[in-house]
Design a protein around this ligand. Structure first.
Ligand code: SF4
Length: 708
């Protein structure tokens, strides 16, 4: 900008996984504007969130003192946190007192009830260093693998399928590779809202001749740029994708050389899709057989075809099967291992890739080393100097169930440490999740605001916002990027890395990370060793110099590998494993009583549970209230008009909300973003899980709609 500022500080956007590089312009210790920097993912572009969504940092509701729940004040899981009530519920404390108290409680529960009685949720909006240290604290200090984060609600099923199929959970090709593709299949993703700068690269490519195929029950903005739109019926992904694979194989379009040399299990896949002809699937998925065949042919014949997908694929009880079909489609057509091809699960949060890489997941150490693999466990026991639990821990939704387990259950969760995550808004079936949180014997929440989760805590620790700390995050493209501290945290708020270490010390861990900003460089360096070769060449000094480096990166002179799987897959036999999938219906189907389908998701202006963006002035002004999108025909059929208030009810909960007309929403469905506490979509969602990824079915449950 042209403003006169005191300093300019280079960082990374704190919202989505695109990973735009930014510069904070700071004057009088306030961020006054944000500029796009020329980063490899954004080339100076920003979306409305990155450009205008920064003043939450200066919001007067920032937590500035440690808080301890007053004695005798019950945890009210039916009320949203009202600022006017805070002081009735919590009292201010010093750091010394709050840390001693909370660490003492956690340690007491561990010693009395065993190591399985504690759990921790980190967050994908924290840095890699925070994620690494948090999981290390849980594994070595709490003593179990009960550690997870929002990837469980995001791409856990995609990652399960990718680890099984190609041996790596990360993307094969970067977003900007779309310009080298003849065709891109965008499925279960609304990139214009959720990965806006990435969407601009897709639109640019379309202008230069790349064919976009949009496959989604909701026709969103990117559809305007599409060559073909496949508006399949919600929940019928496997039917449609198997019909495409069927077409490729039966019409002789499979890349047999690729399959022979680089794939396994092809015969089983071929056998399985035999019954999935486009003609047989047309009535199920609602896409004309001709269109399925046409798109399958174009995909197979393209010089390069690439698949980009989002939560529409992953958030189903068959999310892993959906992703298996995508892997199979790419593989039978040989559309992987070269530029302009491959598999790209668009990562949601800015650091969901990195937090997972750093081991913030219950079944794996850093770099996806399984905790139940003796060799991997031995390595980490040696590295951390401590014996480790050999059983995978519980996942996000399982931890909530375990919090409500009977007293006799030896795995009952009694104490939790939550850093930056807001499960009282983001988990499915919120009444259940909030009740679980409220029933914990001790809950400590570390955050920058009194979130709906912090409201149920015994101790609330005031943390630092992203512009107040230095750390790395890894974007959807496997780029490790450095954010630098632009501001000092307000009041007594502290950097998260400092807080984790203070708790660790008090539960008996002997850690010593020396250096500036709570030893962030030392933590990074330890994580780099723990990740073995993957980021070997990405040293802290290099990040300070280059801001962004892509992995795999094997040495300091390695520029990083934008395309992977070129020669072989990182599986045991070097081949991609094809895994057949069959149709599994949603856990809860519409019926006479609950005839509509509820689809949840995000919108351009608001980020996840809204704790940051709803406190950002510009974003809140653009989208101040919750709305439920329905198409014009359904609105008319109910005798409603856009703007009317409706009540949406599932078997688990209900919200009152304004109707918004969106003709891209399919018939018989309603779409509600989950950012609004006053109309929390997740009160209604279903906690049924995908058996492999343990991801809940956010994209499908049955609801009824009433006027008023
Ligand atoms: Fe931030 Fe994503 Fe927008 Fe870029 S596209 S500015 S990373 S929210």
């Amino acid at each position: 900008g042209t403003q006169v500022v005191d300093r300019k500080v280079d960082s990374v956007c704190p919202f989505c996984g695109v990973g735009c590089l930014i510069t904070y312009n700071v004057k009088d210790e306030q961020i006054v504007s944000v500029d796009g920097r020329d980063g490899p993912a954004n080339h100076s572009r920003l979306c409305v969130k990155g450009r205008f969504g920064y003043d939450y940092v200066h919001h007067d509701q920032r937590l500035t003192k440690p808080l301890i729940r007053k004695p005798g004040i019950a945890k009210n899981d039916e009320e949203a946190p009202q600022p006017s009530h805070w002081s009735e519920v919590f009292r201010e404390a010093t750091w010394e007192e709050a840390l001693d108290f909370t660490a003492g409680k956690l340690k007491g529960l561990r010693d009395q009830h065993g190591r399985k009685s504690l759990a921790g949720f980190g967050s994908a909006k924290g840095s890699n260093e925070e994620a690494y240290l948090f999981q290390k604290l849980v594994r070595t200090g709490f003593g179990s693998n009960n550690v997870d984060h929002c990837t469980r609600l995001c791409h856990a099923s995609s990652v399960a399928a990718l680890l099984e199929g190609v041996g790596s959970g990360a993307v094969s090709n970067q977003v900007n590779d779309v310009e080298h593709a003849d065709l891109i299949l965008v499925i279960g993703s609304n990139p214009t809202a959720n990965h806006p700068v990435a969407a601009t690269w897709m639109k640019n490519a379309a202008k230069k001749g790349t064919k976009i195929v949009l496959a989604d029950p909701r026709v969103t903005d990117i559809g305007k740029h599409a060559w073909r739109i496949m508006q399949f019926k919600p929940d019928t992904d496997v039917a449609m994708l198997n019909a495409m694979i069927h077409t490729v194989i039966e019409e002789g379009l499979a890349d047999l050389d690729f399959i022979r040399s680089r794939a396994s299990n092809f015969e089983a896949l071929k056998e399985n899709v035999r019954g999935y002809s486009p003609e047989a699937m047309e009535p199920i998925c609602g896409i004309p057989a001709q269109t399925i065949r046409e798109v399958a042919r174009a995909f197979a014949k393209a010089k390069g075809a690439m698949i980009l997908w989002g939560m529409g694929v992953s958030q189903h009880v068959h999310g892993t099967d959906n992703a298996r079909c995508l892997i199979a489609l790419c593989s039978v057509t040989g559309q992987i291992g070269k530029p302009g091809s491959g598999l790209h699960p668009l990562r949601g949060q800015n650091n969901v890739q990195g937090a997972s890489d750093a081991g913030l997941i219950p079944m794996m150490y850093p770099n996806y080393q399984r905790v139940d693999n003796e060799q991997a466990r031995g390595w980490f026991e040696n590295f951390w100097g401590m014996q480790l639990d050999d059983q995978p821990g519980y996942t996000v939704v399982e931890i909530m169930h375990k919090a409500l387990a009977p007293d006799s259950d030896p795995h009952k969760i009694r104490g939790m440490y939550i850093m930056g995550e807001n499960p009282a808004m983001s988990d499915p079936d919120l009444n259940h999740a909030r009740h679980a949180l409220a029933s914990l014997e001790h809950l400590v929440v570390q955050d920058i605001f009194m979130t709906e989760t912090a409201w149920l805590a015994d101790v609330v620790l005031p943390a630092s916002a992203w512009p107040e700390k230095t750390g790395t995050v890894s974007n959807t493209d496997r780029m490790v990027q450095l954010g630098r501290r632009a501001l000092t945290p307000p009041g007594d708020a502290k950097p998260d890395l400092w807080i984790i270490q203070e708790i660790a010390r008090r539960i008996g861990l002997d850690w010593n990370y020396a250096g500036e900003e709570s030893g962030v460089a030392a933590v990074y360096d330890e994580m780099r060793q723990a990740m073995h070769a993957a980021i070997e060449g990405i040293t802290w000094e290099r990040l300070e110099r280059e801001s962004s480096v892509t992995y795999p990166c094997l040495s300091e002179s390695d520029p990083g590998q934008p395309t992977v799987f070129v020669e072989r897959f990182p599986t045991a036999d070097g081949r991609v494993k094809l895994v057949p999938a069959d149709i599994i219906p949603a856990n809860e189907r519409p019926d006479a009583e609950f005839p509509y389908v509820l689809i949840t998701g995000r919108q351009l202006e608001h980020w996840h549970t809204g704790s940051m963006t709803r406190r950002a002035t510009v974003l809140d002004a653009i989208e101040p209230m919750a709305t439920a999108s329905m198409n014009g025909a359904d609105i008319a059929a109910m005798g409603l008009a856009a703007g009317d208030v409706i009540t949406v009810q599932s078997r688990r909960g209900e919200v009152a909300i304004h109707v918004r007309r969106d003709d891209g929403t399919p018939n018989g469905a309603v779409f509600i973003p989950f950012a609004y506490y006053e109309a929390a979509a997740n009160l209604m969602t279903n906690a049924a899980l995908d058996p492999f990824g343990k991801i809940p079915e956010f994209k499908y449950c049955a609801v009824r709609i009433k006027r008023g």
